[in-house]
Design a protein around this ligand. Structure first.
Ligand code: MN
Length: 289
């Protein structure tokens, strides 16, 4: 029921929030023109807005027509393959970023679509676009895409988790703040220059933990995520050592993604400590990581 242009503006706004360049933002505003406007062609756009913007819009149009279907069970590898396929078609990663911004707004307005279309779009988003956002390291968009898809695919489960989280929100926030200042104090004592903050966990990742990792319901809601940012690579290990000296940690949950980065280049130390029986998940990395 809103003017169509609002979709273009929202897509561009997401690209601005990702701090992308001017050409990408302009292409975000124009992303549906070749597909939806009879008189608009790549050449027409090139004359008016330049070759780069025209090529980006053409790329989005091309990959939107690409039939993508989820077959395998290995989501990471599947995302990797799709990304390669889309990149080969698009020639420019910015095309994929525009497509993700476009999909995000489609998901945010999904309630205006008919029921069967909603489920179909949510499934495709969860299986294809969220893993691609993850692969590109854009966790804010990945989390949003996952949570909205989850809401439409498993509404009952979504509501249960969201309600339980909300009920404990104030308590969780107070506890996160207190824990952050404890960790800060420990690191300061070890002479490590660090900034410590909470990190929100998305609803779908909580659902996955309950279902796939078998972590009990109550423990999940108690679970707090923290992020420690330091200056140098070596400080990550010193910080982990200082934290492990102060709190017991879950040994099988300690992961070194600095020595062995993930396929997408992600680097961090991950550890889970126990604070009065509560699990605190900590990611430690440098600002540049
Ligand atoms: Mn669109």
């Amino acid at each position: 029921g809103e003017p169509y242009f609002s979709h273009c503006v929202e897509t561009a706004k997401t690209l601005i929030s990702l701090k992308l360049d001017l050409n990408t933002i302009c292409a975000g505003l124009l992303h549906d023109t070749i597909e939806d406007v009879d008189s608009a062609t790549e050449r027409h756009l090139a004359n008016k807005f330049g070759d780069t913007i025209a090529a980006l819009v053409q790329g989005v149009t091309k990959i939107s027509k690409y039939p993508l279907q989820q077959h395998g069970r290995d989501e990471q590898r599947q995302a990797e393959n799709y990304l390669k396929l889309l990149l080969a078609t698009a020639q420019d990663v910015r095309v994929i970023l525009i497509k993700l911004a476009d999909r995000l707004h489609n998901m945010e307005t999904l309630q205006f679509q008919p029921e069967d279309k909603r489920r179909e779009t949510a499934k495709e988003t969860l299986e294809i676009y969220a893993p691609i956002a993850h692969r590109l390291g854009i966790s804010r968009i990945k989390n949003r895409l996952e949570d909205i898809s989850f809401k439409y695919l498993l509404p009952y489960e979504y509501k249960n988790i969201a309600k339980a989280l909300n009920r404990k929100l104030a308590e969780r926030e107070a506890y996160a703040e207190e824990t952050a200042s404890h960790i800060s104090a420990v690191l300061q004592q070890a002479s490590i220059d660090a900034s410590v903050g909470g990190r929100p966990k998305n609803i779908y990742s909580i659902y996955q933990k309950i279902n796939e990792k078998g972590i009990p319901f109550e423990e999940i809601y108690d679970l707090i995520g923290m992020r420690v940012l330091v200056n140098r690579d070596i400080d990550c290990y010193t910080a982990a050592g200082a934290i492990h000296t102060r709190w017991p940690h879950v040994s099988e949950r300690f992961k070194d993604f600095i020595g062995l980065p993930k396929a997408n280049g992600y680097q961090s130390l991950h550890t889970t400590i126990l604070d009065h029986g509560r699990r605190v998940e900590i990611q430690i990395r440098t600002h540049s990581m």
